[in-house]
Design a protein around this ligand. Sequence first.
Ligand code: PLP
Length: 370
Amino acid sequence: MAPDLDPSTVVVHAGRPERVPNAPVGGSPVFSSTYVAGGDRGYGRFGNDSWSALEETLGALEGGRGLAFASGMAAVAAIVDLVPVGGRVIAPQHAYSGVLALLDQQADAGRLIVDRVNVADTEAVIHAVDGADMLWIESPTNPAMEVADIPALSAAGRAAAAIVVVDNTFATPLLQQPISLGADIVMHSATKFIAGHSDVILGAVVTADEELWNAVELRRRSLGAIPGPMEAWLALRGLRTLALRLERAQSNAAFLAQRLLEHPKVSRVRYPGLAGDPGHKRAEAQMSGFGAILSIELGGDAAAAQRVCESTELWVHATSLGGVESMLERRRRWPIEVPTIPDDLIRLAVGIEHPADLWADLEQALTNGT
Ligand code: PLP
C-alpha cells in the first residue's frame, strides 16, 4: 500500500487478497486444521489466512507486524510470559482489572514481582522502571480514564532495557499508534472497537521488533491461544468500518461529556476530550481523537449509580465496550475491580446511536435512579 494513505483508508484496504482477475475482493474464513505438506504453514495452530488478513491490517495501522489471539487476555498472557521467572513488571495502579488480576496471580505464585504505579505520574514511573523487565502501560486507563505520557514512559522504559507494552484498546489503532511513540509492543482486546459489534472475543499483538514478534508467536503456538477463523474474519469485517464508527461514537461521547458536566446529579466526568480533564493536553499531543469512553461519578452514592445503570432503556446495562450499541456499568460491581476506583463510578461506552436519544435515556435514568 502507498505509504502516505490516511489510516481511515488503510483500515478499508489493507489485508485484502491480491487484485487479479476473478479474485474475491475480500478473503473468506479458512476452516482447516492442517495443510498439505511442502509449504511453510504446517498445521492449523501455526497459521491461518483469516488471521493473516487481520494481522496485516492491524500491522499496517500500528506500524509493525500483527498476531491475532483467542482473546485480549490470551494476548496479555503471551506477552507477560516474555518476562523471565523472578523478573519485575511495572504495572498501572488502574488498568483493565483482568490484566491486573493476571499479574497478581503470577506474583502470588512467585513467578514475577509486580510494582504498581500511577501511569499518569511520569516521574513515579520513570523512578520505578529502573531495573524492571517490563513496563505495562494502558492509556487511557480502564475505567479511570487517566492518560500516560507514552513517549516519555517509552523512552524511560527502553533506557532501562524493559520491554514497553501499551494496551491500546481504548484508543484504537486509529487514534493512537504507540510504536511510533516509542513502545515495543502494542496489545488490543480486539473484542472491543476493532471487532465493534459485541459478537466476537479476540485479541491482538503488534510489534515492529522481529525478535519480540517471534517470541510472542512461539508462545501463541505453544500455549495454543489461537483464534477461530470465523472470529478473525468477523473482527476484520468489523474493523473495516472503524473510522466511521469512531467518528460518530467519539462525537457522541464529546456531546455527552459536556451535558453530563452540567448535570446536577453528576459530581465528576472523566473524559480526556474535556478541556478541564487532567489528561487533556497529553491526549491532544499523542492521540488524534479522544475516543468514545467516559466515566462519571455520582457524589459517592454507589446505590444510586447501580440504579442508574438498571434504569436505562436504550443504553445496554452490560460489561464491555467498543460496540455499536452504547453500554454502561458500575465498575465496582465486579469484585476484582481495583478498590481505588470509586464505588459510584459508572463507565459509559458510547455507541453510534443518535446523540439526542442517548442523552434523553441517560437523563431519565439519572432522574429515576437518583
Ligand atoms: N484490555 C482492556 C483495556 C480491556 O478492556 C479488556 C477487556 O475488557 C481486555 C484487555 C481483555 O480483553 P478480552 O476480554 O478480549 O480478553
